[in-house]
Design a protein around this ligand. Structure first.
Ligand code: ZN
Length: 480
């Protein structure tokens, strides 16, 4: 039986506001001691009143506009009740039936450059929960600690329609979404730090059937790659269950990264009744058309537009431009380098092959490397002028990446400058030809790859520093 996967993603992104959602505590709690960013409001004390963070509303509506959503005129907050110890008040302030936005879409390009549209069901605003830390003491006693620093931080939820059909498309959707949030400056989009979290709903159905199968919800992925792998695993698992005559149980499953599997966490057969009701302590909101239009006018250049500009302004191929704009930091790095070294294709190629490789396949953050656009431009200039060859360039780049030293310094210190001096290279070439009579004979009998072998020998003797163009010419001249 051939199955078609149906995937929908829920993303929670912390907003980069100064203060929390309903109180004036600092929202940036990174590195702070537990329970130091708290006040009676976010601790859920009796008798306190929340007040709405206007910036958070602005950021949410900006995101919704960037995702082509409709913005209704009226909106409100609701209480979502559920019993869990990370909720200080016993409920979370969220949005139920009147969110800030609904019915948008985002364009996602696959690896083949083929574009598809993924629907956005809604973008709404809520507050983050406190963090629980589960501990086992020396007597084997289990207990939990609560850190409320995270409690009350503005949290935007972006719900996609079940339009995604492959795990890879899910990853590309997330990359595009992150790039949009970064371009807007509303979230860091950092998955490893937990400021950008993704839950995936996935089901499978026989190919050609309209009706959805029973879905499971997969949680605990902390990288884009993990989302793709978890979905691949879950789709395969569901197909095996169905092929074995079983049925899929609606449940939440957790991704276990080091084992590469999902495990059942809790059954959702009897869906939670969250008992939503309108938040009585906050007034309903009116989003005037003037205010919404003002935000729309102030939207910055978004990733799709920036990608298209990279094609028209720098002559990049579409797929290269897409890679150069998959995060704001990457795009800024590219443009910063091109300003100083005006060969955009060379910059893009180098970033894709060398920088991305060192950054764990492009999942690492360009903004966190020791290499700056100035430093890369300098390295590319040294290669362009012939001071070092491409092979040495890679070596120097790795050193720059690890130590943060400048290319010229590394070249000088390690004596890596390219050898273009013909007299010097002639001696080496003569030596190589004398010591490799078999390869010389092979070349003369028409075996072209013998030349590559001889080139390799010259490179070896010059520690990779010979100018390949000069060596090639010398070898061909000598071999006649
Ligand atoms: Zn507070």
């Amino acid at each position: 039986m051939e199955y078609e996967p149906v995937i929908g993603l829920e993303v929670h992104a912390q907003l980069l506001t100064e203060s929390k959602m309903f109180c004036s505590c600092h929202a940036n709690y990174a590195g702070a001691a537990p329970n130091t960013h708290v006040c009676p409001v976010c601790l859920g004390m009796p008798g306190v009143l929340p007040s709405i963070n206007k910036k958070a509303v602005e950021y949410t509506v900006m995101t919704a506009l960037a995702l082509n959503c409709a913005i209704p005129e009226f909106s409100k907050f609701d209480r979502k009740n559920y019993p869990y110890p990370d909720l200080m008040k016993g409920y979370q302030i969220s949005q139920y039936d009147m969110p800030f936005s609904h019915d948008g879409w985002v364009q996602v390009e696959g690896e083949d450059g083929q574009a598809s549209r993924v629907g956005i069901t809604r973008v709404h605003l809520e507050e983050d929960t406190a963090k629980l830390l589960h501990v086992t003491d020396e007597n084997g006693q289990n207990y939990s600690l609560v850190d409320v620093n995270r409690g009350g931080v503005p949290l935007m939820e972006i719900v996609s329609a079940p339009d995604i059909r492959t795990p890879q498309e899910a990853r590309f959707y997330l990359i595009k979404l992150r790039a949009i949030l970064q371009a807007l400056g509303v979230s860091t989009g950092n998955m490893e730090e937990g400021s950008f979290r993704c839950d995936a709903n996935v089901s499978i159905r026989p190919k050609g059937r309209e009706e959805f199968g029973t879905k499971t919800e997969v949680k605990n992925m902390n990288s884009f790659r993990a989302v793709q792998r978890a979905l691949e695993y879950e789709i395969k698992r569901q197909a095996e269950v169905l092929n074995g005559g079983g049925r899929i149980v609606q449940e939440t499953r957790g991704w276990v990264e080091d084992r590469g599997i999902t495990v059942s966490q809790r059954s959702k057969e009897y869906a939670h009744d969250y008992r939503y009701f309108p938040e009585p302590d906050l007034p309903p909101m009116v989003l005037t058309r003037e205010w919404v239009d003002g935000l729309r006018d102030r939207l910055p250049e978004l990733p799709d537009a920036r990608r298209d500009r990279f094609v028209s302004e720098y002559g990049l191929r579409l797929e290269d431009a897409a890679l150069m704009t998959n995060s704001r930091a990457t795009a800024d790095f590219f443009e910063g380098t091109v300003k100083l070294f005006s060969q955009p294709r060379a910059v893009s190629n180098w970033m894709q092959s060398e920088l991305f490789r060192l950054l764990k396949d492009g999942e690492g953050d360009v903004a966190e490397t020791k290499v700056t656009p100035e430093m890369l431009a300098e390295l590319l200039s040294l290669m362009d002028k012939g001071t070092i060859n491409a092979r040495t360039g890679k070596e120097v780049f790795e050193e720059m990446f690890t130590t943060g030293a400048r290319a010229a310094e590394i070249v000088k210190e390690k004596g890596l400058a390219q050898i273009s001096d013909t007299a010097h290279l002639e001696v080496v070439v003569a030596d190589v030809l004398k010591n490799n009579p078999q390869a010389v004979a092979d070349y003369r009998s028409g075996k072209g790859n013998a030349l590559a072998f001889l080139m390799g020998q010259v490179m070896k003797l010059t520690r990779g520093q010979a100018n390949p163009g000069v060596v090639n010419k010398l070898l061909r001249d000598r071999l006649g």
